[in-house]
Design a protein around this ligand. Structure first.
Ligand code: AMP
Length: 818
């Protein structure tokens, strides 16, 4: 089990085949090279350097790993882009003081690039306790920090404690992480992460040369765009910016904890993982990007991303979409523009509006001053026509320094660790931070007085209505609580079980807030879903979930153990599902190997049974409305259980469909009639099941995939193959060995039947189960619906611009424009 877990968590870790180690040494010298089969060990025995072969590769590499961690975790590779093919290579020190890797023919495979004045006899290669491989003068023990060369200057995909990520401005050395190409190939992948230089540097992740993610500039505590870095017992970051260097590094507060940062080639690129000795697994502590709002500039200029927003992108107050049509079609790339033009230099024509809790905009076009006060900063910005915003540079200790931005403000988001941003706009658009001092003409005073009295009267009226309504709702809620049929837990019990919602116990985050692992006093392990306090949103759905869950019981629905509603806290307690969600398996190149075809088929049938129960067999008719891979949780034996009923819609006994103005669900899984007309029914769930089925078979997400010149989503791709008579090409390569092709093709046909454009053409879940489990002749599917953004395309069409076809995968909640 420990082995499986480690694989689940981290692709780079497992399946390394090590040659038999014949002996270990603590130095390499000119006269004592290291041959394949031997290792170099750090003094304290934490790290080991040697030759290894990753995964199914036949290549040999020289790398460093943790000696005492059973799950091989490679933290550095010398020759990542130049593997050797034989097992007779040696690592030796040349006359010039360079560490070289020579293959069987004594030809050079890899080398350091140093020039030493020291006699080679005095040089040694050592692996320090920090994991740093160094070439140093072995005769001068006093100067331990002076190295001719060190591996910490040439990171691979892992940042160890003490390593610097960033620039030596004197030498031009840039230390950055580069992901492995895939789990059995350590050569440089597409993603890199390092410090983006500029007046106000920040951490960034690039895909090739394109910026993919930025953290927001350093604000004295961490970065305005990264959550969860507030003081914690595990690690501490240090940011250094001076004339010589710009870098960030971390130290671990507890020396017995092993915690590292790794750049992956997966969805969650940069992860802090921590070794849990008793389970012998790596546990993911934190991942970047944190959510879809972290994708660089997702909302365009002056657009702010709010993960719980509906939709996620909103123009800043005082701004409007540049193209209303595109904005409404969820194409936010053009961003927003000022509602009212502002004229620089004309007195009282422009001012600032304060936005709280913001990730600071991209700093590419910005200027900073460490000593200015906020007032000076504002004055400075007002005096420069192209200045569009200002903020404190450092937010620690009450705020200090000045940061100002020029030109469009891009890559904005609302962030838990965000800070105040003052955005320039026309005076008429400023409310909180208006510079104009209005003259108190009598007319104005009179008008204000009238407006104020009207507002007061209206407020009194509203308060009365509100109080009456609230009272009624409270009475109704009390009634509901009594009818919940669910055990209640008090807050203290949950706090105790989750170690006060420790971030270490965080399992994930859904649309309603974080989910934590907890252990009750009797040892029972649970999962606690905590309704996010910051969002008023979700409360209705939470109550919906509580009521539904209390009444539903099926082996393929996640079991709810109880709930906690105390003060502002609202929580649901679930059985703990150790293997987390299905998406973490099927879309991951390593973990997907753990799910062969019989297991996947089992999962498909079980989900179908769970859905049939919801649609037909439960006391209530329930439409899930957000069926997707991340809402399928897996137990110890990889049995799937449908979760997240917060969005489910309960219908009366005979009601099979409904209509709503509030569309909730996830792009890529939504049936066209639901996404466009708000019409939901059991058949919209059948559609989502069809998408899930294709994803399970292909291992690909139903967002845009590019295939030989076509830009389709998975449905379009599957349909194309079906029509071309090659549906077997859809099958994920890792399944081919374990499946009966005819069985999978039959499943694809069932999937396409579920995806037919007209709901009436789609089978119900009972028929789906019959079709999956018998050999009856299936009808030919009609043209499916390809849903690209919220345009339903019936038939074979493809869109011509890649960006307009990308599909967001978070649960969305939006008002349907009808
Ligand atoms: P949700 O809000 O239900 O979408 O949950 C968010 C994430 O928390 C899921 O994707 C899972 O990774 C994790 N999670 C939710 N419920 C459980 C559970 N019962 N056991 C283990 N992990 C869970």
């Amino acid at each position: 089990m420990a082995l499986v877990h480690a694989t689940l968590l981290f692709p780079n870790l497992l399946f390394f085949f090590f040659s038999q180690v014949s002996y270990a040494t603590d130095t390499i010298t000119h006269s004592q090279p290291l041959s394949d089969g031997s290792t170099l060990v750090s003094k304290d025995g934490t790290f080991e350097l040697g030759f290894f072969t990753p995964g199914s590769s036949t290549n040999r590499y020289v790398g460093i790993w943790f000696k005492n961690i059973q799950t091989r975790t490679i933290v550095w590779v010398a020759n990542r882009n130049n593997p050797t093919k034989d097992k007779s290579s040696t690592l030796s020190l040349t006359e010039e003081g360079n560490l070289v890797l020579l293959n069987i023919n004594r030809s050079l495979v890899w080398s350091t690039n140093t020039t030493s004045k020291e006699p080679v006899s005095s040089l040694v290669v050592q692996l320090l306790d920090s994991g740093n491989l160094v070439i140093r003068d072995g005769s001068n023990d006093k100067n331990e920090e002076s190295f001719l060369w060190e591996s910490f200057d040439h990171p691979c995909d892992t940042l160890l404690q003490g390593m610097k990520l960033g620039w030596n401005l004197k030498t031009g050395l840039n230390r950055f992480l580069t992901a492995w190409k895939n789990w059995d190939d350590p050569s440089s992948g597409d993603f890199t992460s390092g410090v983006k230089l500029g007046t106000n540097p920040e951490l960034a992740i690039w895909k090739g040369s394109v910026e993919y993610y930025r953290s927001g500039p350093w604000n004295g505590i961490f970065s305005s765009g990264v959550f969860g870095f507030s003081p914690n017992p595990l690690f501490e970051y240090k940011y250094v910016q001076n004339e010589d260097e710009v870098y960030v590094r971390y130290t671990l507060k507890n020396s017995s904890v092993v915690s590292i940062i790794v750049l992956n080639q997966t969805l969650y690129l940069r992860q802090r993982i921590t070794w849990i000795p008793h389970t012998r697994t790596w546990s993911v502590y934190q991942s970047l990007p944190q959510d879809s709002c972290d994708v660089y500039n997702v909302c365009g200029a002056y657009g702010s991303c709010m993960i719980n927003g509906s939709p996620v992108c909103q123009c800043l107050e005082g701004f409007k979409p540049k193209s209303v049509q595109n904005w409404n079609a969820m194409d936010w790339t053009q961003g927003c523009v000022h509602k009212e033009p502002w004229s620089c230099g004309v007195k009282n024509k422009d001012g600032f509006r304060r936005f709280v809790g913001m990730k600071m905009p991209d700093t590419t076009h910005s200027w900073i001053n460490t000593s200015m006060t906020l007032e000076d900063c504002k004055a400075k910005c007002l005096n420069i026509c192209s200045c569009t915003a200002y903020a404190n540079l450092d937010t620690s200790g009450g705020g200090s320094g000045c940061s100002i931005w020029f030109g469009d403000l891009v890559d904005l988001r609302v962030s838990e660790s965000g800070q105040d941003l003052y955005v320039r706009m026309a005076t008429s658009d400023t409310i909180i931070y208006n510079d104009a001092k209005h003259k108190n003409s009598k007319k104005v005073v009179l008008m204000v007085a009238i407006i104020v009295s009207l507002v007061v009267m209206m407020l009194m009226g509203f308060s009365y209505i509100y109080m009456t309504k609230t009272k009624k709702e409270e009475e109704k809620d009390e009634g509901e609580q009594e009818n919940l049929e669910l055990p209640f837990f008090d807050l203290a019990t949950i706090i105790n079980a989750t170690n006060n919602f420790s971030i270490v116990n965080k399992l994930g985050e859904g649309g309603f807030g974080p989910v934590y692992k907890g252990t009750m006093l009797d040892g029972q392990v649970i999962a606690v879903k905590r309704l996010s306090r910051s969002s008023g949103q979700g409360l209705k759905e939470f109550k919906n979930e509580v009521i539904l869950c209390a009444k539903l019981q099926h082996r393929n629905l996640v079991k709810v153990l109880g709930c906690c509603i105390e003060g502002e806290e609202k929580m649901l307690l679930y059985e703990y599902m150790p293997n987390k969600s299905l998406d973490s398996f099927i879309f991951d190149s390593v973990q997907s190997k753990l799910l062969d075809w019989p297991m996947r088929f089992n999962i498909l049938c079980a989900i179908a049974r769970g859905l049939m129960y919801l649609h037909q067999d439960s006391r209530l008719r329930i439409i899930h409305r957000d069926l997707k891979a991340s809402n399928i949780l897996l137990d110890n034996n990889m049995n799937p259980k449908i979760s997240d009923f917060g969005l489910a819609k309960m219908c009366g006994g005979d009601q099979v469909e409904g209509n709503t103005n509030r569309i909730v669900g996830t792009y890529g899984y939504m049936a066209p009639e639901y996404a466009i007309d708000g019409l939901f029914s059991t058949k919209s769930d059948v559609f989502s099941f069809g998408v899930l089925l294709l994803e399970i078979i292909s291992g690909k997400k139903n967002r845009t995939i590019t295939n030989e010149g076509h830009i389709d989503n998975l449905i379009g791709h599957a349909w194309r193959m079906w029509k071309e008579g090659t549906p077997e090409q859809l099958i994920a390569p890792s399944l081919v060995d374990s499946c009966k092709i005819s069985e999978v093709i039959r499943c694809i046909q069932v999937g396409l039947l579920c995806l037919q454009h007209h709901p009436d053409d789609r089978p119900n879940m009972t028929s789906v189960i019959v079709m999956l489990s018998s050999e009856t002749i299936l009808s030919q599917p009609k043209v499916p619906s390809f849903l690209i953004k919220n345009i339903s395309i019936e038939g074979e069409q493809s869109c011509d611009r890649q960006e307009s076809c990308s599909i967001n995968e978070v649960t969305v909640s939006l008002l349907n424009a009808r």
